[in-house]
Design a protein. Sequence first.
Length: 274
Amino acid sequence: MKKLILLTGILIIFGIFSYEVFSEETRQMIYTQPYLLSLHPKSEMNICWLTGETARESYVEYGQAESLGKKVPAREFKINGLRKSATLAGYNEEPGKNPSLDVFQEIAVLNDLTPGTKYFYRVVTKSGEKILKGRTYYFKTAPLHGNQVEYAILSDFRKKSEMLETGKQTGRQKIDFIVNNTDMPDMPWKAGEWFQVKDCFINREEAGKEWFTVMQQPGESAKLLQYVPIYSDSVNQEPEDQRFVKDKGMDTDKSKLDASIYMQLFRPLYYSCT
């Protein structure tokens, strides 16, 4: 019995500092698990994650063994434009009438990596007196030119009843990377369509099917964005205000074609992180 109590205590302590256990406090501080992006996947990997509080320090521990051993600091960016719902009953159709949500992006850049090599990593976020350590994940850098790679293409993924299962099946294919060919959330400025947000409206049938929730399912049976990088393009669904698609009075306003939220979330594919 004493051993059981001790084990339970250890699990509780681990849960306090692990992203796997999304307590209410953790949900408000950490919105996503880490996701991988890279324009130079043979030698570089950007490890990103989203937080609800600015971090006093954030970094990634990594190495070619689970013991890790190396450490690189993360740089923080403010994500502008994401909003939570005006009320628990729903969003106001006018984006500006919904309260903005504080979202911060942490990005650590791992450089000088060896091609075709497996690396283990763990993200650490310190905010105030809180210290959250993520679980250890791994990724494999791209092989040298001429070697075969496997990848999956996803498209028009938003709000589909099969999203969770499609994501899980994608992560079971032993792929090297994912290509997302447009259509992520329905309205990119709605934060609750990207990740779970406290006191934010979500349709009952869509709960648990937020984009990051689907693409970061836990467990090694589905290796998704924590394990492989994603490459995504912006076409018709990524501009922030989707009313221009249906409202002929807005379809000539080029400012409505702004895709800055999308570009911020996938910043390393568009902006320099150094």
